[in-house]
Design a protein around this ligand. Structure first.
Ligand SMILES: Nc1ncnc2c1ncn2[C@@H]1O[C@H](COP(=O)(O)OP(=O)(O)O)[C@@H](O)[C@H]1O
Ligand SMILES: [Mg+2]
Length: 298
């Protein structure tokens, strides 16, 4: 099933030097400094699409997530922020069972997909089915070495859509949704690799949107792009946020403030605070959150 391999996105190899976890302070020290305390989690007023409940995760013997809770609002943007190495990507990758591609990884707890309340990290659920329903866009644009058209169409073909007219229609509407159509409509059958970095990332977004996934995960989708390309992608979020459920990791707090409806702050594998974005940056409930957003650590 080489076609199905498509739904398993390329993973960036793990480079421990890119992540760092502060080992200098223990939980005990933090409690003494009044920094730990119980996490603050506001119940969103909006309908949820997913609910992360007491999710723990291990890479071999290393526990990277500790009983994390996170509501994911339906048709909205949830941003994950926190210092490098705090577990943002690890949490995001649980949503499409990407960790299952590596031996020795283990989940405990739930990510309930709503409304069915299906626990997508359960061993009973096939990770390939999860990846068909939950799309992901990576930090570095990773178009397939195929035409622009085929990049968008291939995910549709995998899902059984093969009629030319249906493919044409969905390819066009996805490219329009990704604000790329006008730039590529005259060269749909040329290689995607000829596009600029920002265009490639919008193509990857179109490819992810095409099969209409239930949730779309973005892991720092603009950190490899220049400011103009970044602004175009941020504009796109404003268009997509009312129709798609999005979870985005960003190390850029201004970006989280600009594009998200809810913001979650993680520290050392734990969820510290979750609030409506408008409140999060103005009235953080937790001292550690305040320190982070005012730039006093991290
Ligand atoms: N493949 C892996 N194997 C072992 N440890 C990992 C792996 N990937 C990440 N980690 C560790 O898990 C923790 C969280 O990493 P990560 O989720 O990448 O953080 P973030 O995305 O917030 O920078 C870090 O301590 C990191 O070193
Ligand atoms: Mg990361």
């Amino acid at each position: 099933m080489s076609e199905l391999a498509f739904s398993t996105p390329a993973i960036e190899p793990y480079d421990p030097s890119l992540s760092r976890t502060s080992a200098s302070s223990t939980d005990e020290d933090e409690r003494e400094q009044g920094l730990m305390g119980p996490p603050v989690l506001i119940r969103p007023k909006r309908a949820l699409r997913a609910n992360v409940r007491n999710l723990s995760f291990w890479y071999g013997g290393f526990q990277a997530l500790h009983a994390v809770n996170l509501p994911v609002v339906n048709n909205g943007v949830t941003a994950l922020i926190g210092a490098s190495g705090c577990g943002k990507s690890t949490l995001l990758r649980c949503f499409n069972r990407m960790h299952d591609l590596y031996p020795g990884t283990r989940y405990d707890g739930d990510i309930l997909l709503l409304p069915e309340e299906k626990n997508i990290v359960s061993e009973k659920i096939d990770p390939i089915m999860v990846r068909l329903r939950i799309g992901m866009v990576f930090q570095k644009p990773n178009p397939f070495p195929k035409s622009i058209y085929e990049n968008v169409a291939s995910g549709l073909r995998v899902r059984g859509i093969t009629q030319r007219a249906a493919l044409d229609e969905r390819v066009e509407s996805s490219l329009r949704q990704a604000a790329l159509w006008d730039e590529v409509k005259d060269r749909l059958h040329q290689s995607a690799l000829g596009l600029s970095g920002g265009q490639q990332q919008r193509l990857c977004i179109a490819r992810t949107l095409a099969p209409n996934p239930e949730i779309i995960l973005f892991d720092e989708p603009t950190s490899a792009l220049d400011p103009i390309a970044t602004a175009k992608i941020e504009d796109l979020f404003h268009e997509l946020r009312s129709d798609y459920t999005i979870v985005i990791v960003t190390h850029n707090m201004q970006q989280a403030a600009r594009i998200s409806d809810y913001t979650a702050f993680m520290h050392l594998g734990r969820m510290v605070e979750f609030q409506a974005t408008d409140d999060f940056f103005v009235r953080p409930s937790h001292r550690r959150t305040e320190q982070y957003i005012t730039g006093r650590f991290g």
